[in-house]
Design a protein around this ligand. Structure first.
Ligand SMILES: Cc1cc2nc3c(=O)[nH]c(=O)nc-3n(C[C@H](O)[C@H](O)[C@H](O)COP(=O)(O)OP(=O)(O)OC[C@H]3O[C@@H](n4cnc5c(N)ncnc54)[C@H](O)[C@@H]3O)c2cc1C
Length: 495
């Protein structure tokens, strides 16, 4: 492998992490990124003295980053620091109930009991079960390729398969939760974890009940400097390990000779490579970079994850009752998801997520002000002109927040920026602006998601949210590890 040339297309989080691993393993690694900055969906918006993390806002499982630095044998604290957050989210219900989701399970359970009457043991039992399923099933299916025979002969596969009960597969997450909780608030809170990977709790299987383990057992964290400090730290590490970054240089084509990769074409120039890793949406890669329409259409057979519409509001006031992460639930959650996934439309009473990093980072807003990242779920669709929809959704958000917070929000919004699903697609080539590639609405999702390698093009690999094990920062980092290991094994003939 010494000196073998790898080109990575895209400097999203998985692209950067893959570049680090391969450089440490002795490959000669070059990254081509069409934007002028690395990070993909993670970037900064600065306006009127306010700073916003434009994409992801919730940071879980820092262990993946710790592991990456350990693999590179570099001291993480010199690049990246983070702190634990005590309250994962503050939930707001239309009935006036306000619930702090403490990241200590016992505290969360007693808060739920005090505010809603949900028995403490229901919460504790659910979270213990989530931990067990995550350890036994998640740890094998999220850390290894599902498309290699070797994974299926792993001794832990048998343990994983024995753990999977029929209720995890044949109950929707909503049904699963209704059988375990007595209060509507608990059902809605635990249903919302389907949105962690852009799925629909009324369709996705009960298996997704393992997701709360990440937030409520392991806890949530805040990267010092904001989410942008994650790609910044990893890019610095990659450069230190010898990775060459070509920013502002997009790839136009992956060049093949027969059925093997030969390199990439960028700005009319051929760049030789023995191995190409695409960090770009698998659909876009096949359709535009390889011009393989059939393979592209195959990717689309799997339902896309949801997208988002985001308003970045500079607020000229502080709101002491709000935390870092806040959710204002819709009253008819099932109707909201029906609109998003079936009717492909916004719902009139959307669930609203507000992230305020100036609660943690005083430099993110001028004194006495706050930076609000206000997000609603959006259908993944191709729409050229979001104009009138943006106005309607904005009006619904303002009306709902005015009602639930008892304020006149428009009096406080000093600056505004908007990101639509087509804006997300434009920036990252994520088809239909889906946040997490494909959804997990089917029990087969894990198997239908594209593999980390091409089965018909030698030397072509995939890393990132649209391929195994899926989207979100933790899974993208796990995917980078899987890809690097696959490449390493193939090179020593163990593939
Ligand atoms: C609004 C929003 C909120 C989110 N919230 C969270 C959250 O709270 N927590 C969480 O964990 N995850 C969240 N996610 C999901 C998370 O951001 C993604 O799963 C993850 O960042 C995807 O990383 P990736 O490696 O797949 O690459 P991407 O970020 O998709 O980057 C792909 C890169 O490829 C580049 N590229 C595309 N085409 C080409 C080309 N032809 N040549 C060269 N380069 C190219 C793009 O410019 C881009 O930089 C959110 C996403 C969004 C958009």
């Amino acid at each position: 492998m010494q000196g073998k040339k790898v080109i990575i297309i895209g400097a999203g989080i998985a692209g950067i992490a893959t570049s680090i691993r391969l450089a440490v393993m002795g490959y000669d690694v070059e990254v081509f990124e069409k934007n002028d900055v690395a990070g993909g969906k993670m970037y900064l918006i600065e306006k009127g003295g306010f700073t916003f993390d434009a994409g992801p806002s919730l940071f879980t499982q820092p262990i993946n980053i710790e592991e990456l630095f350990a693999f590179a044998n570099e001291p993480i604290h010199e690049y990246f620091q983070y702190s634990k957050v005590d309250i994962a989210c503050k939930y707001h219900f239309e009935n006036g109930k306000r619930i702090n989701a403490f990241t200590r399970p016992a505290d969360f359970a007693s808060e739920m009991n005090e505010k809603t009457g949900e028995p403490v043991h229901n919460i504790i039992r659910y979270l213990k079960n989530a931990e067990r399923v995550y350890e036994k099933v998640g740890s094998i299916f999220l850390n290894f390729s599902l498309h290699r025979f070797s994974t299926w002969f792993h001794p832990r596969v048998l343990v994983a398969l024995k753990t999977i009960k029929l209720s995890y597969l044949f109950n929707t997450l909503d049904t699963f939760n209704r059988k375990r909780f007595v209060t509507p608030e608990a059902v809605q809170i635990f249903n919302r974890f389907a949105t962690y990977n852009g799925s629909n709790p009324y369709k996705a299987p009960g298996m997704l009940s393992l997701i709360p383990h990440l937030e409520q057992n392991e806890g949530t964290f805040y990267p010092i400097g904001g989410m942008i400090s994650i790609p910044d730290a990893l890019t610095k590490l990659a450069k230190h390990k010898g990775v060459k970054f070509n920013l502002g240089k997009g790839v136009d084509k992956i060049i093949l000779e027969g059925s093997s990769v030969k390199g990439v074409l960028s700005e009319g120039e051929f760049n030789q490579a023995d191995i190409v890793v695409s960090n770009v949406d698998a659909y876009y890669t096949y359709k535009n970079l390889i011009e393989d329409k059939r393979a592209a259409e195959k990717v689309l057979r799997h339902e896309r994850s949801s997208s988002a519409l985001i308003f970045y509001w500079g607020m000229n006031k502080t709101f002491p009752d709000l935390h870092l992460h806040n959710i204002f639930f819709s009253e008819e959650y099932d109707a909201e998801f029906k609109h998003l996934f079936e009717l492909k439309r916004f719902y009139v009473d959307p669930t609203i997520y507000i992230n305020i990093t100036s609660k943690m980072e005083s430099g993110h807003a001028p004194g006495g002000k706050e930076n609000w990242f206000v997000m609603v779920n959006a259908p993944a669709t191709e729409v050229d002109d979001w104009g009138s929809q943006i106005e309607q959704v904005r009006a619904s958000i303002v009306k709902k927040l005015n009602r639930m917070l008892g304020v006149e929000l428009d009096d406080f919004i000093e600056t505004e920026e908007v990101l639509t699903p087509s804006g997300i697609q434009l920036r990252t080539d994520s088809f239909q602006g889906s946040l997490y590639g494909t959804s997990s609405n089917s029990i087969w999702s894990a198997f239908l998601r594209h593999a980390n390698f091409s089965s018909h093009i030698r030397g072509l690999y995939f890393a990132g949210g649209s391929v195994h094990p899926g989207g979100g920062i933790p899974l993208c980092l796990k995917g980078a590890k899987i890809v690097a290991e696959l490449i390493g094994k193939t090179d020593v003939g163990q593939g």
